[in-house]
Design a protein around this ligand. Structure first.
Ligand SMILES: NC(=O)c1ccc[n+]([C@@H]2O[C@H](COP(=O)([O-])OP(=O)(O)OC[C@H]3O[C@@H](n4cnc5c(N)ncnc54)[C@H](OP(=O)(O)O)[C@@H]3O)[C@@H](O)[C@H]2O)c1
Length: 270
């Protein structure tokens, strides 16, 4: 029997490539997204079921999971990929913006995980792959809230292993650097007034982030590593993806806090 993966945020970016990668490897795929009526590619593929799922809406989560299981029999792997970036000075980010960022990137992962667990527990088998980021390991300028969401995912995934491993359920983290997806155009950015003390630094950060992500690496690498993580039976938890992420982590482990901070300030032209 084919294995089945459920992917969140499969409308574009990593999520769509992950859905196609698993399908191409012979898996059944429950490709979930907020607006399935706009999807015309995945719907053409065999063994792909496209379903509506908004990670902030429990009703859509429960029905996508139930319909996926009714169709394919089970869910072997959950890929919690859906997410977006809030980027900008915290002082200019409204409570509503911050809450939305936490709701999607953190509570969204909690929500989908909570709903899929009873099925995996019943099978005494399952794998949950959560999307973190290099931003889940290192803080970046004007990225504090996004950093907080990905640090939360790191902690959640790391800690949850001890509760779920005894139930036959394993966890893994994907930690990409900057890859070319819809991430930049989907970003939420607060207005930064001209008289803000952050104006100069924020303009420099935008230029840096747009350059890093705009010229970003090929996202297929992330989809391929996600697949490798899914078939990796070892207890390896973290998969750092991208030369940039590896270079940053090397610096982070070699430098002390002060030297690393100075290096980032200089490289962001703050
Ligand atoms: N690209 C990078 O460089 C990078 C680096 C590190 C980590 N990441 C992480 O990788 C993941 C995927 O991002 P991406 O780069 O592929 O960006 P993307 O192209 O913007 O795709 C993001 C996906 O998340 C979905 N999404 C957003 N809010 C949602 C919600 N409430 N419910 C369900 N789906 C929702 C989007 O759906 P809609 O089409 O409906 O908006 C879209 O399918 C995110 O968790 C991101 O934080 C990205």
């Amino acid at each position: 029997m084919n294995k089945t993966v459920l992917v969140t945020g499969a409308s574009q970016g990593f999520g769509k490539l992950i859905a196609k990668k698993f399908q191409n490897e012979g898996w059944n795929v429950i490709a979930t997204m907020r607006t399935p009526e706009r999807e015309f590619e995945l719907t053409q593929l065999s063994n792909v079921l496209v379903k509506r799922l908004d990670v902030t809406n429990t009703k859509t989560i429960n029905s996508a999971i139930a319909e996926g299981i009714a169709h394919f029999g089970k869910i072997d792997v959950l890929v919690n990929n859906a997410g977006f970036g809030l980027q900008g000075p915290f002082l200019h980010s409204s409570e509503e913006m911050v809450k939305k960022q936490m709701d999607v990137n953190v509570f969204g992962v909690f929500n989908v995980t909570r709903s899929v667990l009873p099925y995996m527990q019943q099978e005494n088998n399952g794998l949950i792959i959560n999307f973190s980021s290099i931003a889940g390991l290192v803080g970046f300028p004007h990225t504090a809230v996004y950093n907080a969401t990905k640090y939360a995912i790191e902690g959640f995934t790391d800690g949850l292993q001890y509760e779920l491993n005894p139930l036959g359920i394993r966890l893994k983290l994907i930690e990409p650097g900057a890859f070319k997806t819809g991430f930049v155009s989907s970003m939420d950015r607060p207005e930064v007034p001209d008289n803000s003390i952050y104006k100069k630094g924020w303009d420099a950060t935008i230029a840096q982030i747009n350059a890093m992500l705009g010229e970003g690496q090929d996202p297929q690498e992330v989809a391929d590593i996600t697949y490798l993580a899914a078939i990796d039976d070892t207890d390896r938890l973290r998969y750092l993806v991208g030369d940039d992420a590896k270079q940053i982590m090397e610096g982070r482990t070699q430098m002390d806090d002060e030297a690393f901070k100075t290096m980032l300030i200089e490289s962001f032209n703050l």
